[in-house]
Design a protein around this ligand. Structure first.
Ligand SMILES: [Zn+2]
Length: 192
């Protein structure tokens, strides 16, 4: 629904742009070519539909959003679209949840304890975090609401002692996780 309303809003913008243009409004229709507003509108809708395709949605780090997530808005992913991370009570996008579950179990088997302190964050939780911890761009520790990889259910914050931090740096990439935020050694994002 959000995508449809976004298209409707964009078409309204395009109508405003197109309407005053004499070349479009006043050009006489000629046989074999069609310049009707309906056709122009259809073309604009098709162009907008391409613009909002999944590959055009980008994460905060610039990576394209996975197709399965692009239908949602950041921080507005329904709980049943996410998967549990083991029995931790945390939820992430399914491939990230499965990878993190394996990662934690494999670390434990090697005597390394990795705790999870945060995972998916709703938009409201992101906004609250900005109020409490400040914007990252201004020296704080929170992404602008609606941009965090936590809002895409693709990031986790971990409780790591020195041994666990070293284990993550040596092994996390094999599970698809990267330490991608300076000043936040606890923050690990799933790479897609
Ligand atoms: Zn984080």
């Amino acid at each position: 629904m959000e995508q449809i309303s976004a298209i409707v809003a964009r078409v309204a913008q395009l109508q405003q742009l197109v309407a005053p243009t004499p070349a479009v409004v006043a050009r006489p229709a000629t046989a074999g070519t069609s310049t009707s507003f309906a056709d122009a509108l259809a073309g604009a809708v098709a162009a907008v539909a391409v613009d909002t395709s999944p590959s055009s949605v980008r994460r905060v780090n610039g990576d394209p959003l996975p197709q399965g997530l692009a239908r949602y808005e950041n921080g507005r992913i329904p709980a049943d679209a996410l998967s549990p991370v083991g029995d931790t009570g945390h939820r992430l996008w399914q491939p990230a949840a499965e990878a993190l579950t394996r990662l934690v179990a494999d670390a434990r088997a090697q005597g390394v304890t990795i705790g999870i302190t945060d995972s998916y964050r709703t938009y409201e939780t992101q906004a609250d975090l900005v109020r409490r911890k400040g914007l990252y761009s201004q020296g704080g520790l929170a992404a602008a609401p609606g941009t965090s990889d936590h809002g895409w259910a693709l990031a986790t914050d971990l409780r790591l002692d020195d041994q666990a931090q070293a284990w993550m740096r040596a092994n996390a990439a094999r599970y698809g996780f990267a330490e991608d935020t300076p000043r936040e050694p606890w923050h690990w994002a799933f790479q897609t």
